[in-house]
Design a binder for this molecule. Structure first.
Ligand code: DX5
Ligand code: ZN
Length: 219
Protein backbone atom coordinates (compact mmCIF):
# COMPACT_ATOMS: atom_id res chain seq x y z
CA UNK A 1 0.00 0.00 0.00
CA UNK A 2 1.39 3.36 -0.98
CA UNK A 3 0.88 6.12 1.55
CA UNK A 4 -0.86 9.21 0.15
CA UNK A 5 -1.39 12.53 1.91
CA UNK A 6 -4.34 14.79 1.10
CA UNK A 7 -4.13 18.17 2.88
CA UNK A 8 -7.56 19.68 3.53
CA UNK A 9 -7.93 23.32 2.54
CA UNK A 10 -10.70 23.63 5.13
CA UNK A 11 -7.93 24.73 7.52
CA UNK A 12 -6.30 27.04 4.95
CA UNK A 13 -6.88 30.76 4.47
CA UNK A 14 -9.97 30.94 2.22
CA UNK A 15 -9.00 34.45 1.07
CA UNK A 16 -5.73 33.10 -0.39
CA UNK A 17 -6.66 29.65 -1.70
CA UNK A 18 -4.31 29.72 -4.70
CA UNK A 19 -1.32 30.52 -2.48
CA UNK A 20 -2.38 27.93 0.07
CA UNK A 21 -2.65 25.27 -2.65
CA UNK A 22 0.80 26.25 -3.90
CA UNK A 23 2.31 25.67 -0.46
CA UNK A 24 1.82 21.89 -0.76
CA UNK A 25 2.21 21.51 -4.53
CA UNK A 26 4.76 18.88 -5.46
CA UNK A 27 4.70 17.48 -1.93
CA UNK A 28 1.07 16.44 -1.36
CA UNK A 29 -0.54 13.71 -3.44
CA UNK A 30 -3.94 15.39 -3.39
CA UNK A 31 -5.66 18.57 -2.35
CA UNK A 32 -8.71 17.70 -0.25
CA UNK A 33 -11.65 20.05 -0.83
CA UNK A 34 -14.52 19.87 1.65
CA UNK A 35 -17.84 20.86 0.10
CA UNK A 36 -20.51 21.54 2.76
CA UNK A 37 -24.05 22.76 2.27
CA UNK A 38 -25.56 23.69 5.69
CA UNK A 39 -27.90 20.69 5.29
CA UNK A 40 -25.95 17.44 5.40
CA UNK A 41 -23.60 19.11 7.90
CA UNK A 42 -24.09 22.26 10.01
CA UNK A 43 -21.47 24.25 8.10
CA UNK A 44 -21.16 25.93 4.70
CA UNK A 45 -17.94 26.10 2.71
CA UNK A 46 -17.67 26.26 -1.05
CA UNK A 47 -19.02 24.69 -4.20
CA UNK A 48 -18.35 24.06 -7.85
CA UNK A 49 -17.26 27.60 -8.88
CA UNK A 50 -14.47 27.60 -6.30
CA UNK A 51 -13.42 24.06 -7.27
CA UNK A 52 -13.27 25.20 -10.90
CA UNK A 53 -11.12 28.16 -9.90
CA UNK A 54 -8.78 25.93 -7.88
CA UNK A 55 -8.43 23.51 -10.79
CA UNK A 56 -7.05 26.37 -12.87
CA UNK A 57 -4.50 27.35 -10.27
CA UNK A 58 -2.99 24.08 -9.04
CA UNK A 59 -1.56 20.97 -10.67
CA UNK A 60 -2.22 18.89 -7.54
CA UNK A 61 -5.13 16.51 -8.20
CA UNK A 62 -8.29 17.55 -6.41
CA UNK A 63 -9.98 15.20 -3.96
CA UNK A 64 -13.55 16.48 -3.51
CA UNK A 65 -15.34 15.38 -0.34
CA UNK A 66 -19.01 16.20 -0.78
CA UNK A 67 -20.75 16.66 2.57
CA UNK A 68 -23.99 17.65 0.91
CA UNK A 69 -27.57 16.50 0.54
CA UNK A 70 -28.57 15.09 -2.82
CA UNK A 71 -25.09 14.11 -4.04
CA UNK A 72 -26.85 12.15 -6.80
CA UNK A 73 -27.71 15.49 -8.36
CA UNK A 74 -24.45 17.35 -7.77
CA UNK A 75 -21.52 14.92 -7.66
CA UNK A 76 -21.13 14.20 -11.38
CA UNK A 77 -20.63 17.93 -12.02
CA UNK A 78 -17.48 17.96 -9.88
CA UNK A 79 -16.07 15.05 -11.89
CA UNK A 80 -17.00 16.72 -15.17
CA UNK A 81 -15.25 19.89 -14.02
CA UNK A 82 -12.00 17.95 -13.57
CA UNK A 83 -11.81 16.85 -9.94
CA UNK A 84 -9.70 13.69 -10.01
CA UNK A 85 -11.59 12.09 -7.13
CA UNK A 86 -15.17 12.69 -5.99
CA UNK A 87 -16.48 11.21 -2.74
CA UNK A 88 -20.14 11.08 -1.78
CA UNK A 89 -21.65 10.15 1.59
CA UNK A 90 -23.50 6.86 1.86
CA UNK A 91 -25.95 8.53 4.28
CA UNK A 92 -26.89 11.19 1.73
CA UNK A 93 -27.03 9.24 -1.53
CA UNK A 94 -30.36 7.80 -2.67
CA UNK A 95 -28.89 6.09 -5.73
CA UNK A 96 -25.28 5.49 -4.75
CA UNK A 97 -24.47 2.97 -7.46
CA UNK A 98 -25.80 5.19 -10.23
CA UNK A 99 -23.93 8.19 -8.87
CA UNK A 100 -20.65 6.33 -8.33
CA UNK A 101 -20.90 5.10 -11.92
CA UNK A 102 -21.60 8.62 -13.16
CA UNK A 103 -18.50 9.88 -11.34
CA UNK A 104 -16.37 7.21 -13.01
CA UNK A 105 -17.99 7.82 -16.39
CA UNK A 106 -16.97 11.47 -16.10
CA UNK A 107 -13.35 10.39 -15.64
CA UNK A 108 -12.87 10.71 -11.87
CA UNK A 109 -12.17 8.18 -9.16
CA UNK A 110 -15.33 7.33 -7.23
CA UNK A 111 -15.34 7.57 -3.44
CA UNK A 112 -17.86 6.50 -0.80
CA UNK A 113 -17.72 8.03 2.69
CA UNK A 114 -19.28 6.75 5.90
CA UNK A 115 -19.90 8.73 9.08
CA UNK A 116 -18.76 7.52 12.50
CA UNK A 117 -22.16 5.96 13.31
CA UNK A 118 -22.47 4.20 9.94
CA UNK A 119 -21.26 0.59 9.88
CA UNK A 120 -19.04 -0.45 6.98
CA UNK A 121 -20.40 -3.98 6.49
CA UNK A 122 -23.51 -2.99 4.47
CA UNK A 123 -21.25 -1.42 1.84
CA UNK A 124 -19.16 -4.52 1.12
CA UNK A 125 -21.21 -5.23 -1.99
CA UNK A 126 -20.44 -1.75 -3.36
CA UNK A 127 -16.66 -2.23 -3.35
CA UNK A 128 -16.56 -2.99 -7.10
CA UNK A 129 -18.18 0.41 -7.69
CA UNK A 130 -15.66 2.46 -5.75
CA UNK A 131 -12.03 3.49 -6.01
CA UNK A 132 -11.84 4.77 -2.43
CA UNK A 133 -13.68 4.14 0.83
CA UNK A 134 -13.57 7.05 3.30
CA UNK A 135 -13.97 6.17 6.96
CA UNK A 136 -14.70 9.41 8.84
CA UNK A 137 -12.74 9.67 12.07
CA UNK A 138 -14.72 12.71 13.29
CA UNK A 139 -18.32 13.78 12.78
CA UNK A 140 -18.13 15.67 9.49
CA UNK A 141 -18.55 19.43 9.38
CA UNK A 142 -15.55 21.06 11.00
CA UNK A 143 -11.78 20.94 10.99
CA UNK A 144 -9.66 20.72 14.11
CA UNK A 145 -11.76 18.14 15.99
CA UNK A 146 -10.28 15.36 18.09
CA UNK A 147 -9.62 12.00 16.43
CA UNK A 148 -12.21 9.35 17.34
CA UNK A 149 -10.20 6.34 18.51
CA UNK A 150 -13.36 4.26 18.51
CA UNK A 151 -13.16 4.29 14.68
CA UNK A 152 -9.95 2.24 14.63
CA UNK A 153 -11.75 -1.14 14.66
CA UNK A 154 -13.87 0.06 11.72
CA UNK A 155 -10.72 0.96 9.76
CA UNK A 156 -9.36 -2.53 10.47
CA UNK A 157 -12.67 -4.10 9.41
CA UNK A 158 -12.76 -1.99 6.22
CA UNK A 159 -9.20 -3.07 5.37
CA UNK A 160 -10.26 -6.70 5.84
CA UNK A 161 -13.26 -6.29 3.52
CA UNK A 162 -11.13 -4.59 0.85
CA UNK A 163 -8.44 -7.28 1.05
CA UNK A 164 -11.09 -10.01 0.83
CA UNK A 165 -12.61 -8.31 -2.22
CA UNK A 166 -9.17 -8.16 -3.79
CA UNK A 167 -9.73 -5.14 -6.04
CA UNK A 168 -7.77 -1.91 -5.77
CA UNK A 169 -9.78 0.26 -3.39
CA UNK A 170 -7.97 2.93 -1.39
CA UNK A 171 -8.92 3.39 2.26
CA UNK A 172 -9.01 7.04 3.33
CA UNK A 173 -9.32 8.47 6.83
CA UNK A 174 -10.45 12.05 7.49
CA UNK A 175 -10.71 13.94 10.77
CA UNK A 176 -8.20 14.52 13.53
CA UNK A 177 -5.36 12.93 11.56
CA UNK A 178 -2.10 14.31 12.91
CA UNK A 179 1.41 13.30 13.92
CA UNK A 180 -0.17 11.89 17.08
CA UNK A 181 -2.75 9.69 15.32
CA UNK A 182 -1.58 8.88 11.79
CA UNK A 183 0.46 5.82 12.78
CA UNK A 184 -2.56 4.20 14.42
CA UNK A 185 -4.57 4.82 11.24
CA UNK A 186 -1.85 3.32 9.06
CA UNK A 187 -1.48 0.29 11.34
CA UNK A 188 -5.24 -0.26 11.11
CA UNK A 189 -4.95 -0.32 7.30
CA UNK A 190 -5.61 3.18 5.97
CA UNK A 191 -3.50 4.34 3.03
CA UNK A 192 -4.86 7.81 2.15
CA UNK A 193 -4.68 10.39 4.91
CA UNK A 194 -6.58 13.69 4.98
CA UNK A 195 -5.09 16.30 7.28
CA UNK A 196 -6.38 19.83 7.69
CA UNK A 197 -5.20 21.36 10.91
CA UNK A 198 -2.06 19.22 11.03
CA UNK A 199 -0.94 20.65 7.68
CA UNK A 200 -2.38 24.17 7.40
CA UNK A 201 -2.06 24.86 11.10
CA UNK A 202 1.69 24.22 10.81
CA UNK A 203 4.25 26.95 10.10
CA UNK A 204 5.54 24.93 7.15
CA UNK A 205 2.71 22.95 5.52
CA UNK A 206 5.02 21.17 3.06
CA UNK A 207 7.23 19.96 5.89
CA UNK A 208 4.13 18.82 7.80
CA UNK A 209 3.10 16.72 4.79
CA UNK A 210 6.57 15.14 4.64
CA UNK A 211 6.52 14.36 8.37
CA UNK A 212 3.05 12.83 8.22
CA UNK A 213 4.06 10.70 5.24
CA UNK A 214 7.18 9.45 7.03
CA UNK A 215 5.18 8.51 10.13
CA UNK A 216 2.57 6.63 8.08
CA UNK A 217 5.24 4.82 6.09
CA UNK A 218 7.08 3.57 9.15
CA UNK A 219 3.89 2.32 10.84
C1 DX5 B 1 -14.32 17.55 8.31
C2 DX5 B 1 -13.65 17.49 6.98
C3 DX5 B 1 -12.20 17.28 7.06
C4 DX5 B 1 -11.45 18.35 7.81
C5 DX5 B 1 -10.39 17.65 8.59
O1 DX5 B 1 -15.67 17.34 8.19
O2 DX5 B 1 -14.17 16.46 6.18
O3 DX5 B 1 -11.62 17.09 5.78
O4 DX5 B 1 -10.85 19.32 7.00
O5 DX5 B 1 -9.76 18.56 9.38
P1 DX5 B 1 -8.74 18.13 10.53
O6 DX5 B 1 -7.65 17.35 9.88
O7 DX5 B 1 -8.29 19.42 11.09
O8 DX5 B 1 -9.52 17.28 11.50
ZN1 ZN C 1 -13.03 16.01 4.33
Amino acid sequence: MAVQISPSILSADFARLADEAARVEGVADWLHVDVMDYHFVPNLTLGLPVVEALLKTTSTPIDCHLMIDDPDRWAPGYAEAGAASVTIHAEAAKAAVRTLRAIRAAGARSGLAINPATPVDPYEDLLPEIDMLLVMTVEPGFGGQGFLDIMLPKITKARGLIDKYGGEVWLQVDGGVSAATIERCAEAGADVFVAGNAVYGADDPAQAVRSLRALAQQA
